[in-house]
Design a protein around this ligand. Structure first.
Ligand SMILES: NC(=O)c1ccc[n+]([C@@H]2O[C@H](COP(=O)([O-])OP(=O)(O)OC[C@H]3O[C@@H](n4cnc5c(N)ncnc54)[C@H](OP(=O)(O)O)[C@@H]3O)[C@@H](O)[C@H]2O)c1
Length: 271
């Protein structure tokens, strides 16, 4: 049976839907009682045993920043020897970071683990801008404020990430590999705002409130979460989220969804 951490999140909900459609046994884990099939809280080890009972495969969305992510993941795997396959939702470019980087450190835990692991390293999600995404309110208000310097990003649809995860979880041949998942095009936030505006008939603009040298002072408040965001935005600004790869198509056997189709399908999200 497959367990999904982050089952209520952007990729987890799509993966749960695919597993349900195909009748594949799975459990949706959530730290909020009643929001999933079982309670699982990264920060409460007392929840882990019952949450992972009968589980042999895991879709792993990392613990929150600042919780000692790599140590938690290592401890979880050590506590659940019946789990033999893990698909980790990582992030584009993490393989190039030093081992001490907290997100790379989680990848390293998997790389050292003796089970079958696959790393998914996606670019940024379309769904950050639709219902449930952190930037939906900005779209509705007419201004998407994201300090990316307008740099291109190879945005992709979480439904494609879920399809890639399904393949890695249920088919053989993906062990010990990292896949960089991207959409079919790279464009910046101003173009993204323009495209949403065209379909919805709204005025949607991009605001870029910070210069690159202001990112660290604004976001890096000394916490792991703060330094992650500051570095992430510098990476985006320097074009490290712009590459387009064929890894997604190689995994799923079909081309990734386009942003324009996504906007047409989600037009009601911005009413
Ligand atoms: N957003 C992007 O564009 C993007 C791009 C590349 C990679 N990523 C990676 O994707 C991952 C998910 O990011 P996201 O921002 O899109 O979030 P998300 O998956 O939409 O939501 C986060 C999930 O974490 C779960 N969660 C939070 N606290 C928890 C806890 N204490 N114990 C167990 N589960 C907990 C939440 O579930 P409950 O509240 O139900 O427990 C929720 O399902 C991150 O690791 C990020 O680095 C994101």
């Amino acid at each position: 049976m497959i367990a999904l951490t982050g089952a209520s999140g952007k990729t987890g909900r799509d993966l749960a839907a695919l597993l349900a459609e195909r009748g594949i046994a799975h459990v949706r884990l959530s730290s909020r009682p009643g929001c999933g099939d079982r309670v699982f809280d990264w920060t409460d080890r007392a929840t882990w045993g019952a949450a992972l009972e009968g589980v042999d495969s895991l879709y792993l969305v990392k613990p929150p920043h600042g919780t000692g992510m790599a140590e938690l993941v290592a401890d979880l795997l050590a506590s659940a020897p019946a789990i033999r396959r893990v698909v980790l939702l990582s992030e584009m470019g993490r393989g190039d970071k030093p081992d001490a980087d907290p997100d790379r450190a989680v990848e390293r835990v998997l790389e050292r683990w003796d089970g079958e692991w696959t790393l998914l390293r996606p670019s940024w999600f379309f769904q950050n801008f639709s219902a449930g995404g952190g930037f939906r309110a900005g779209v509705v208000d007419g201004t998407i404020a994201l300090p990316t310097g307008g740099a291109p990003v190879s945005w992709l649809d979480t439904r494609d990430i879920a399809e890639a995860a399904l393949v890695a979880l249920t088919e053989d041949g993906h062990c010990c590999r990292g896949y960089t998942l991207t959409g079919p095009e790279s464009f910046g936030v101003p173009e993204l705002a323009r495209r949403i505006g065209v379909v919805t008939g709204r005025i949607v603009e991009a605001a870029d409130p910070l210069r690159v040298e202001e990112l660290a002072t604004t976001y890096d408040d000394g916490t792991e979460r703060g330094s992650y965001y500051a570095e992430l935005l510098v990476d985006v600004r320097e074009g490290r989220y712009a590459d387009i790869t064929t890894d997604l198509e190689d995994l799923t056997g079909r081309a990734p969804r386009t942003f324009d189709d996504f906007v047409r399908e989600h037009a009601d999200d911005w009413k």
